[in-house]
Design a protein around this ligand. Structure first.
Ligand code: URA
Length: 217
């Protein structure tokens, strides 16, 4: 797996990361969602440099120009519900992508901190030989990503996989490294050192789904 740590270098990306972490700015859910979307847009631009391109002949009012254009074979898959703002940011740039949605939630069978990931819903096009973008804003333990990949790969074998995350924990990144094929890229905006006993990233930002869409039962 090739890791692209985009927030490592100074750029406007880090202002958006600072805002989504800030507990005062988090009170504005619209700004939280829009910042995640903006991060998705920046990561899209970086991902686009690794895609396959073809020569497209474009007719202008004054002539013709050959323009290198990305091949249209992207399937964009996001995990409900926290993944939706990141999905929108990616779709803003990869606007002709096909879309897949999958639900994954942490089930605590014993009401303690142990959990298993349960997938209940998958709506996906065929992914055989396509470029799969797998979006999960918070790469915490990595268990959701691996479970989701196991579910979606029943619909085909992608040509290559790009995992897109906003904040990741070091241990989660280590966990997923050997669970995906070699032709997998991880695009990540920020990396944190720790996970707490509930599997939340520390310092992270809290619960991305709740911050974007409100608390749930
Ligand atoms: N999901 C979140 O929303 N936050 C975390 O820190 C981990 C998983």
């Amino acid at each position: 797996m090739k890791i692209h740590y985009i927030g490592k270098n100074n750029s406007i990306l880090n202002k958006f990361i600072a805002e989504i972490r800030d507990q005062n700015i988090q009170k504005d859910a619209l700004r939280f969602r829009r910042n995640i979307e903006r991060i998705g847009e920046i990561l899209s631009y970086e991902i686009s440099k690794e895609l396959n391109f073809f020569d497209k002949v474009v007719k202008t009012p004054l002539g013709e120009k050959v323009v290198k254009t990305p091949v249209k074979d992207i399937v964009l898959c996001s995990i409900l519900r926290a993944g939706l703002p990141l999905h929108q940011g990616l779709l803003n740039y990869f606007d002709d992508a096909e879309n897949a949605f999958i639900s994954a939630f942490r089930h605590h069978p014993n009401n303690d901190s142990d959990f298993e990931i349960v997938v209940e819903y998958l709506a996906s096009p065929e992914i055989n030989n396509k470029t799969l973008l797998l979006a999960d804003p918070m790469l915490a333990t990595g268990q959701s990503l691996v479970t989701v990949y196991e579910a979606i790969k029943k619909t085909g074998t992608p040509k290559e996989i790009h995992i897109v995350a906003v904040i990741g924990a070091k241990s989660g990144i280590t966990y997923i490294k050997d669970k995906f094929p070699a032709n997998t890229h991880l695009w990540i905006a920020a990396i944190d050192n720790d996970l707490n006993e509930k599997g939340y990233i520390v310092p992270g930002l809290g619960d991305a789904g709740d911050l974007a869409f409100g608390t749930k039962l």
